[in-house]
Design a protein around this ligand. Structure first.
Ligand SMILES: Nc1nc2c(ncn2[C@@H]2O[C@H](COP(=O)(O)OP(=O)(O)O)[C@@H](O)[C@H]2O)c(=O)[nH]1
Ligand SMILES: [Mg+2]
Length: 330
């Protein structure tokens, strides 16, 4: 039996092997992904992002348990571009794995940078495909919210949760990191700590500062803010959910909001739009890799390193050098 057939039949050992294969990339991975692709598109992908220490791992853990209580199967991918370790488990995630171990309805995979961040985004998207094909209902992807790579990874998600916590120094981190725009849901975690209300209010105020959805006539809460969730004009106002991840508090509410958002995406044309955006990003990654690989094989031996050294010595600028290399190889 081929690895793909094995995986689609629900064999767990083949799942781990398939994931390692797509992480490594290469021709075998391409054959596997081609065989699996037709069986994907069923899972709902949830991105969970935020600054280190806000409690993302703990929250993903609690969320997975809340989903398991309803019988849904969960794939978890923890992406940490800051970790120098490749493969295997990240330190904090080993604790989590022990906690969730023994439940066949949960599969956890940690991923760290191997080479470029772009490579990590590509590998993450492919691991999502494998878990999707293996039949997991929901896939939770934890990423550290620090930069463009995370925004790229978030573009692979249907629903993006931005996690904030009180006492992280600056309530407007979300805006600075540019993640406010990508949030479908906010979790104010560590709500057992002082300042959680303040953080939630700061987020709500930032939402108020954002341009109001056009033609908004939706209901308003007692505080004068519009009710979160689906608006009458088809737009979505991200709900702010307070959580205490260590005790699992708020996890059901967060799960229910994810499901509400999923229903909203399905009811509007936004699911199709997001799927198209995901397809564009996937094609873009694959094309870049393929073009670069094809280009490098056509380049005479040693030319790349000589050019790199010349750029470092300031003998030539990177733009002119790239144009010259392109001219040689075509
Ligand atoms: N007081 C409190 N601590 C929490 C909560 N959630 C997570 N933590 C703690 O915060 C620390 C960082 O959590 P972790 O999930 O590893 O954060 P991550 O870096 O965002 O993945 C750990 O010591 C957690 O036990 C919470 O709701 N309340
Ligand atoms: Mg973590």
């Amino acid at each position: 039996m081929s690895l793909a057939t094995d995986l689609l039949a629900g064999n767990r050992r083949s799942l781990a092997r398939a994931i390692s294969q797509v992480e490594d990339g290469g021709p075998e991975a391409r054959v596997l992904l081609a065989a699996l692709y037709g069986r994907t598109g069923r899972a709902h992908v949830v991105g969970v992002t935020g600054a280190p220490g806000t409690g993302k791992s703990t929250l993903v853990n609690a969320l997975a348990k809340a989903y398991r209580a309803e019988g849904q199967t969960i794939g978890i991918i923890a992406v940490d571009p800051t970790s120098p370790f490749s493969g295997g488990a990240l330190l904090g995630d080993r604790v989590r794995m022990r906690d969730l171990a023994g439940d066949a309805g949960i599969f956890i995979r940690s991923m760290a940078t191997r080479g470029s961040l772009g490579g990590l985004a590509r590998a993450t998207a492919d691991v999502i495909l494998v878990l999707d094909a293996a039949g997991f209902d929901r896939i939770l992807v934890e990423t550290v919210g620090v930069g463009q790579a995370e925004v790229d990874i978030a573009s692979a998600a249907h629903t993006t949760i931005v996690v904030e916590a009180p006492g992280m120094g600056d309530e407007v981190q979300a805006i600075k990191a540019g993640v406010l725009e990508i949030a479908d849901l906010f979790a104010v975690n560590k709500a057992d700590r002082e300042g959680a209300d303040h953080t939630a209010m700061a987020l709500q105020m930032m939402q108020g500062l954002a341009p109001a959805p056009t033609g908004h006539h939706g209901p308003r809460s007692a505080s004068g803010h519009p009710e979160p969730g689906a608006q009458s004009d088809g737009s979505w106002l991200p709900p702010i959910v307070k959580t205490v991840a260590t005790r699992g508090e708020g996890a059901e509410r967060l799960r229910d909001w994810i499901e509400t958002h999923r229903a909203h995406l399905q009811a509007t044309d936004q699911l199709v739009r997001r799927e198209t955006a995901r397809a564009a990003a996937a094609l873009d990654h694959v094309l870049r890799d393929a073009l670069l690989a094809a280009f490098l094989t056509r380049l005479p031996d040693g030319v790349l390193s000589q050019t790199t050294e010349a750029i470092a010595r300031r003998e030539i600028d990177p733009y002119t050098a790239a144009a010259q290399l392109l001219a040689i190889s075509t």
